[in-house]
Design a protein around this ligand. Structure first.
Ligand SMILES: Nc1ccccc1C(=O)C[C@H](N)C(=O)O
Ligand SMILES: [Zn+2]
Ligand SMILES: [Zn+2]
Length: 207
């Protein structure tokens, strides 16, 4: 079965949220310096590239990364293609989602040049959230850096999702993936007290 790597590569210069900590990798020790090994060092925002949001990211009382169950981030997932939509609405997904769909991934294709931060994305309409919950959804994934408009301070979609106990995976790369059912794996690092975590995300074709 084919495996799609749906993670953003991380490299010095990878675009992050404007004003946030830039991603930086370098060698703290080279093999010449240590006499034995190269040793890397990382500085980054927890919301760089492909990552999950813990509820604590936008709610001081919300769960941290290590409080979240791992089964959220691994298992059957439905990819829905909404390419061309201006917003993710009930109409975008009606008729495509069946009861018991635990994870839904939206392909918008709105972030076409991954070397720059996008100017505009395709926000998740808060009205779609109860509809997702009714069908049993506990995780949504998106191929953009947020589920809310980039200039939003209220973060209506983040909060609506949280109220309905639906968790968030952002920054996926879905260009090669077509609509359908896959097995998702996108596990966060065990960052104690973390507000978010980078993940290596894959989709496996189902037999
Ligand atoms: N890193 C930031 C810095 C400042 C303000 C927002 C962000 C975000 O990351 C928001 C985005 N919706 C996110 O959850 O990844
Ligand atoms: Zn985030
Ligand atoms: Zn977010």
């Amino acid at each position: 079965m084919k495996i799609f790597d749906i993670s953003m590569p991380l490299y010095n210069g990878v675009p992050g949220w404007p004003g946030d900590t830039p991603y930086a990798f370098d060698l703290a020790w080279t093999k010449e310096q240590s006499g034995s090994v190269n040793v890397g060092r990382l500085e980054m925002s927890t919301h760089t590239g492909t990552h999950i949001d813990a509820p604590f990211h936008f709610d001081n009382e919300g769960k941290r990364v290590t409080d979240l169950p791992l089964d959220l981030y691994t298992g059957p997932s439905l990819v829905i293609d909404v390419t061309g939509a201006l917003e993710i609405t009930i109409e975008s997904i009606e008729g495509k989602i069946k009861n018991g769909t635990k994870r839904v991934i939206f392909k918008t294709k709105c972030w076409s040049d991954r070397n720059i931060f996008p100017e505009k994305i395709v926000p998740v309409s808060p009205e779609v959230v109860p509809f997702l919950k009714q069908h049993g959804v506990g995780l949504i994934g998106v191929d953009m850096p947020s589920v809310d408009p980039l200039d939003s301070k209220e973060l209506q979609a983040h909060h609506a999702l949280h109220q309905h106990n639906i968790h968030i995976l952002e920054g996926l790369v879905l260009d090669e993936v077509s609509e359908g059912e896959y097995e998702l794996m996108a596990l966060p690092l065990p960052l104690q007290d973390g507000d978010g975590s980078p993940v290596r995300a894959i989709l496996k074709e189902m037999s």
